[in-house]
Design a protein around this ligand. Structure first.
Ligand SMILES: Cc1cc2nc3c(=O)[nH]c(=O)nc-3n(C[C@H](O)[C@H](O)[C@H](O)COP(=O)(O)OP(=O)(O)OC[C@H]3O[C@@H](n4cnc5c(N)ncnc54)[C@H](O)[C@@H]3O)c2cc1C
Length: 608
């Protein structure tokens, strides 16, 4: 329903991003009120994904006289952010190899909005309002078909009553179990699965199998057993401590015998203390950002479900790249970091694979932690703390140009839960209906249908087609021009061609698209095998991060010059990466400004 789509400033209303917003808040502001630092110290940022780019940008804005260098192993910056135009039937279709949409909600969303505004990109935004069908309609593959998930109280009630797929009736005994089960205030590091099993009982397991696993497949490409509750749903873990349960969190406190004040729950409980402190800190940051952005923008964001840009998410990284180059950041591309060494006088030396060696006053690593571990070398205990489990995902973009638009359900897409594993031999995590989810990125909108199939994650293992076909190939991307009777690209490996054909067959089956319709269409496919692309925060993640912070702070490896940012540590969404890079850049700039030369680990927020 393109009529509902808001482009740029809410479809032309300039007041939505009201002029005269305050720049008084320094934490995220693009210009500091502090006097510029005169000394020309040298800072290296390693890794040119969204985290490293944001760090370089915020540093050069706050420390314009510093000598800032960004090192990226590949020829292009952006990391997993990669938007590409592919030609299909004479038209161009924009496809995303990595992130495709950004949620403007909550603190990380505000940090992103602040960045977007500071880059002058508001006019380029494609925002999808919460009233748009793609915001309301989400589907789930269950019982061999694609089912609409309840999107209102009435439809949820009906779904429970009729127990239609995805079979949510077990929610009633699950909530009764939650109500009757006293809180476990001392619960240790639990997985998402263990937490819900404890709170919701045996019926909770059915909800995980039928629905919740699908959501986590879609966001983290991981199983509920492999994710920690505090990292993924920290607010639920805190709700249990405060209110005694999940359903009780919705009750008035005076009727809830398990309700405890923050003082009560934090008295003998260090975990609760940490969670409350973090919540308070984030509340303050949120207020600051809301004040900076202004009421009109905040209200606009509240009515927005997701957004992207006219040329895809890469517009963001392109704009940062352009900005930092203009401000004097030196970008070194195509030569990976080989080693980081400590050097006398609190300097760190980085060594490139090509042989260059450079000394810096500070080194900010925005590389994935496993890549950092590979270049760290001399400290096995620290390397152990850096090691992070990851998921591998195969992303298959399809652009189909047909005489008439394909009949795809009106909505964001569908996800595949654990319960469908027997019929999911392909290893499908979910499908995004891109043309419906973010319309407005093509000129001939009506005739091109874009879909993205995500495969792998917990299914990237023996027995699933995605693994059996691709595991021998390693990371790579392949473009295919397809006809129904086979692919017409010669240099694409056989396994890629076979997997693509099987994936398209599965898609047609799931969505009921007749093969004859595809026979009349031009189809372009792009398959990317993104190896180790999404970190998995397991139940020990937060403890590991605290230990890492402690070691960096007190043992001062690499001369105490090292700061860590990026998706491996403090949140995987693009927004999380922007928030944490901005936060840490400001800590660094504040410290550089005072001349204190303190140690900033980048993990301060997790270690309070
Ligand atoms: C398929 C997919 C879909 C996603 N969808 C969404 C979404 O819709 N919304 C959302 O919010 N998030 C999404 N995400 C998550 C989000 O995109 C990532 O978590 C985020 O982009 C990570 O950014 P980063 O800068 O921390 O890391 P990266 O993007 O991994 O950047 C790290 C950089 O370091 C470089 N590097 C590595 N080793 C070296 C070395 N030795 N020397 C120099 N450089 C090195 C790498 O080349 C890379 O460019 C998705 C991720 C993937 C993979």
């Amino acid at each position: 329903m393109p009529g509902l789509l808001r482009v740029g400033r809410g479809g032309g209303s300039s007041s939505l991003f009201g002029e005269g917003f305050k720049l008084s808040v320094r934490r995220y502001a693009s210009q500091s009120s502090a006097a510029p630092v005169k000394e020309r110290r040298r800072i290296a940022v390693l890794g040119g994904g969204i985290s490293g780019l944001t760090m370089a940008l915020q540093l050069v804005r706050r420390l314009p006289t510093h000598d800032i260098h960004l090192y990226e192993a590949k020829k292009r910056v952006g990391g997993w952010v990669e938007s590409e135009k592919i030609k299909v039937g004479g038209d161009l279709a924009l496809v995303e190899g990595g992130p495709r949409s950004i949620r403007p909600a909550s603190l990380p969303g505000l940090a992103m909005m602040s960045l977007v505004r500071s880059l002058g990109l508001e006019e380029r935004m494609l925002s999808i309002p919460k009233t748009h069908p793609s915001a309301k309609n989400r589907y789930i593959f269950h019982s061999g078909k694609v089912n609409l998930l309840p999107n209102s109280l009435a439809s949820a009630f009906l779904a429970v009553l009729t127990n239609r797929p995805p079979r949510l009736r077990s929610i009633i005994p699950a909530l009764v179990h939650d109500f009757r089960t006293p809180p476990d205030l001392g619960a240790g590091a639990e997985s998402v699965e263990d937490f819900f099993r404890r709170r919701l009982g045996p019926a909770g397991l059915k909800i995980i199998d039928n629905a919740m696993s699908a959501v986590l497949h879609g966001i983290y490409a991981a199983d509920t057993k492999d994710l920690g509750i505090r990292s993924i749903f920290g607010f639920l873990a805190l709700a249990e401590k405060r209110h005694g349960g999940l359903i009780r969190a919705a009750m008035p406190t005076r009727w809830n015998r398990f309700y405890r004040t923050d003082e009560e729950i934090s008295k003998d409980n260090a975990t609760a203390r940490e969670m409350i402190a973090k919540e308070k800190q984030e509340g303050i940051e949120q207020l600051e950002l809301e004040e900076q952005l202004g009421k009109a923008t905040v209200n606009y964001m509240k009515t927005t479900s997701i957004f992207s840009f006219k040329e895809g998410i890469q517009e963001l990284t392109n704009a940062i790249e352009e900005d930092i180059v203009q401000r004097g950041v030196t970008i070194h591309r195509g030569d990976p970091i080989k080693e980081i060494r400590a050097s006398p006088q609190r300097l760190a030396e980085i060594v490139l694979q090509g042989g260059d060696e450079c000394k810096f006053d500070r080194v900010v690593s925005a590389m994935p932690s496993n890549d950092l571990a590979a270049v760290w070398k001399d400290d096995p205990a620290l390397v152990h703390l850096l090691k992070t489990d990851t998921s591998t995902v195969a992303v298959l973009n399809l652009a189909i140009r047909s005489p008439n638009p394909l009949r795809v359900p009106d909505g964001f897409g569908y996800l595949v839960p654990r319960a469908s594993v027997d019929t999911n031999t392909l290893g499908l995590l979910g499908v995004v209906f891109d043309s419906a989810a973010v319309p407005g990125q093509e000129s001939s909108e009506g005739n091109i249908t874009k879909l993205t199939m995500m495969l792998g994650g917990p299914f990237f293992r023996k027995g699933f087609t995605v693994f059996d076909q691709l595991q021998s190939l390693g990371p790579g991307s392949w473009g295919l021009a397809l006809k129904t009777k086979g692919n017409d690209d010669d240099d694409v490996p056989q396994q890629v061609q076979e997997l693509t054909s099987m994936a398209i067959d599965t898609l047609c089956q799931n969505l009921g698209i007749p093969k004859e319709v595809l026979a009349q269409s031009a189809i372009k496919a792009k398959l990317r095998l993104q190896v180790d692309c999404i970190p998995r925060y397991d139940r020990h993640h937060l403890e590991r991060m605290k230990e890492l912070h402690h070691v960096l702070k007190h043992q001062e490896p690499k001369g105490g010059c090292l700061t860590l940012i990026g998706a491996s540590y403090t949140g995987i969404s693009v927004n999380d990466c922007v928030l944490n890079a901005s936060r840490t850049a400001n800590l660094l700039a504040d410290d550089e400004g005072t001349g204190a030369r303190g140690i900033i680990t980048g993990l301060e927020h997790l270690a309070q």
